[in-house]
Design a protein around this ligand. Structure first.
Ligand code: GLP
Length: 266
């Protein structure tokens, strides 16, 4: 696992965008796993800038989003599909048929979840998966207790997640109680994972996930099992890491001596 503690949110976003840019230049038909939440908004802004100013091409890219609230159709302004349209898809040249966001308004959830898993497989698997981290350590909507081998399925949200996400809704009662989410096992199959976290509120859970034991109680800790994970934090989110000085030293030495190795876990 490579842990980069950047100075600011903007630097964190730029570093992540740069890694995606290199992936798309290497393989224009890359399969990207995408996340919602406030954390990746800066990354998406930077990707839009790279598209507009440098012609970064998304026409062959295939996307899979991590999760969606149950019961919210794509047109709902709090659905994750709507969020992706507003924050990325409408501003780059991604081909609409190549976009996959779990459908939160489906009749047969189990059948849909299996179909979603099959689509990921048919696309050849995810090349880079972007992740944020929830206040309770969840990745996607894999709340504490989610099996580390779990697949795409229906999850009940914790009270903490409902409270955390209530800021986007008119009131707490409007926050859906269920979501369709990729499983931890699904996520771990991505070839590369980039997890982002910013702000002091995330510092303790980030430290538990990265430096604590691997446990289903903190889904993000499962990333320790993956061979190619890059975690990019801002200074606030990285401030309680026990080995923060070491991570900074590694990053600076790489920058100085082998810049091409940044973001390539070794
Ligand atoms: C939601 C999403 C997660 C996201 C998390 C953090 O619960 N399901 O994928 O990582 O929120 O959100 P934020 O980035 O707003 O802190």
């Amino acid at each position: 696992m490579e842990i980069i503690i950047s100075e600011t949110y903007d630097e964190m976003s730029r570093l992540a965008a740069d890694m995606i840019k290199h992936q798309l230049l290497k393989k224009p038909s890359s399969v990207l796993g995408l996340a919602t939440g406030s954390t990746p908004v800066g990354l998406y802004k930077e990707l839009i800038r790279l598209h507009k100013e440098q012609g970064l091409d998304f026409s062959q890219v295939i996307t899979f989003n991590l999760d969606e609230y149950l019961g919210l159709p794509p047109s709902h302004d709090q659905s994750y599909h709507y969020f992706m349209d507003q924050n990325l898809f409408h501003h780059v040249n991604v081909t609409p048929n190549n976009i996959h966001v779990p459908y939160g308004h489906t009749e047969d959830i189990e059948e849909f979840c299996q179909w979603y898993e099959d689509q990921i497989e048919r696309a050849g698997g995810i090349d880079i998966q972007i992740l944020g981290i929830g206040g309770d350590g969840h990745i996607a909507f894999n709340e504490p207790g989610s099996s580390l081998g779990s697949r795409t399925r229906l999850k009940t949200l914790t009270k903490q997640t409902i409270d955390d996400n209530a800021r986007f809704f008119e009131n707490e009662a409007d926050v859906p109680r269920f979501a369709v989410t990729m499983g931890v096992g699904t996520i771990l199959e991505a070839r590369k994972i980039i997890m982002l976290a910013n702000g002091a509120k995330k510092a303790d859970i980030v430290a538990q996930a990265l430096e604590g034991p691997v446990t289903a109680q903190v889904s993000a800790s499962a990333l320790q099992l993956h061979p190619d994970v890059v975690v990019i934090l801002d200074a606030e989110a990285g401030k309680t890491l026990r080995r923060a000085d070491y991570y900074k030293w590694v990053y600076n030495e790489k920058k100085r001596l082998i810049p091409g190795m940044i973001g390539k876990t070794t």
